[in-house]
Every structure is written in C-alpha cells, then in structure tokens.
Write a protein that binds this ligand. Structure first.
Ligand code: ATP
Length: 216
C-alpha cells in the first residue's frame, strides 16, 4: 500500500513530517511519496522556487526509510491538480494496488473546491490527518462524502485499491509554513520547526529572508 502526500512545502516542516511518519508506521504503508506542487490551484504562488522546495524536501527525508520525494507535478506545466497526479500514478501502479491520499483536516474540509473532486475517492483511499484548529466537516458535500466512505478498519484499506476514508489521530503540531515564513522575515529563527538540514539550507541561502537575516 502506497501513500502520497502533496503540498506546497514552502517550506516542509515538522507539522508535515511527524504526522506522515506516524501514518507510515501505524498503517504499515510500503512508502509515502511527498509530492511538491508546481502551481498550487488554490493559493498564491509559493515564495521559494520549485528547485529550492525540492531541495528542502530531499534534505528533510534524507535517510528516512519509507519516505520518498516524487517530483512529477514539478515536471508538469500548469496548475497541479491532484486528480491528474492520481491518474498518472494509477497508470504506473495499475488499477489494483491500494493507494492512499494523505490530507490534513483543513485541506480535506475544502475538498469540494478541488478539480473533479468526486473522482478522487475512486482513484485512492483518503487518510485525513487531524490538524490543530480543524474539525471534521459536520455538514455539506464533504461531510456527506465522509459519512458515505468512512472506516476505521485498516484491513479494508488493504483489501481494495480505493474508496475508503480513514480519520487518523496524529501528534498535534500547531505549525504552518505561513508562520515559519513570517518568523524568518521578522529576522527570527525557525530552528526546531523544520529539520536541521532544512534550517541550514534556509539560513545559508536566505530563501525566506526579507530585509533582515536571522543570526541563528
Ligand atoms: P501554508 O501555511 O503555506 O498554507 P501549510 O503549512 O499549511 O502551508 P501545505 O504545504 O500547504 O502546508 O500543506 C500540505 C498538506 O499538509 C495539507 O494537506 C495540510 O493540511 C497538511 N498540513 C500542513 N501542516 C500540517 C500540520 N501542522 N498538521 C497536520 N497536517 C498539516
């Protein structure tokens, strides 16, 4: 069973990494591929460029068994739609292998704004990771999708390629890339919010530094 986890990763931080590692281990996935998006459809352009975001991801997962970086969205022109990514993965992995799309709760709540969103559950299972400040949707189309597909049975995920939604408790880390970028711009340190290798890269290359540089 393979997991995929997409994001802007501007930058990757431990609020992404720790929950993903817990999903990898608790659900005994073979691997999780971190997929940085090229042009995010739902937000303004990332601050760091694709090469920088990819380099930070590679540094973040270096030496961690089971975590991989997949740059297919960076190699595609135009907006990075998850449905296209899942279709291209299906073409590679075949129709029968269980595939899990990992999402934070905040992303899951907005799923009905994604391109061809109803197809996503036909292409993969969805693992929703709890995130501080976000509750499961109680009403609306995403709540209905959740009610229809929810399971807490991981054996069921293994038994079929797609179609189930599992809500996953993970260590709650109230960290966002937005906050990290703001700290750095203010001349403060983001040490311990990102892996050491990522912080070393940000500090030396100045990816997010405005006028003032952190002296950390
Ligand atoms: P930004 O602050 O720039 O919007 P972000 O920190 O939310 O960024 P993204 O790269 O946009 O990070 O998120 C990618 C995925 O990671 C999304 O599914 C999001 O819900 C999830 N995610 C991000 N931060 C956390 C966190 N602290 N806990 C759980 N999930 C998270």
């Amino acid at each position: 069973m393979i997991g995929i986890f997409g994001g802007t990763f501007d930058p990757i931080h431990i609020g992404h990494l720790r929950p993903v590692l817990e999903v990898l281990e608790d659900l005994a996935l073979d691997e999780i591929r971190l997929i940085p998006c090229h042009v995010p459809p739902h937000r303004t352009a990332p601050v760091a460029n694709p090469v920088q975001r990819l380099a930070m991801l590679e540094a973040a997962i270096q030496g961690v068994p089971g975590l991989k970086v997949d740059d297919r969205e960076l190699r595609r022109d135009g907006p990075s739609y998850t449905v296209d990514t899942l279709i291209s993965l299906r073409a590679e992995l075949g129709d029968h292998r269980p595939l899990c799309l990992l999402l934070g709760m905040d992303s899951f709540r907005g799923l009905d704004t994604w391109r061809r969103w109803r197809e996503l559950i036909t292409l993969a299972h969805i693992i929703v990771m709890h995130r501080p400040g976000s509750q499961p949707p109680a009403q609306g189309e995403v709540a209905a999708l959740l009610a229809e597909h929810i399971t807490d049975n991981t054996a069921l995920l293994r038994a079929c390629p797609a179609g189930h939604i599992l809500l996953k408790e993970v260590t709650q880390l109230d960290i966002s890339a937005t906050r990290i970028r703001a700290l750095i711009k203010e001349g403060k340190s983001a040490r311990y919010l990102v892996p050491d290798g990522v912080w070393a890269m940000i500090a030396s290359e100045g990816f997010y530094h405005g006028a003032r540089m952190s002296r950390d």
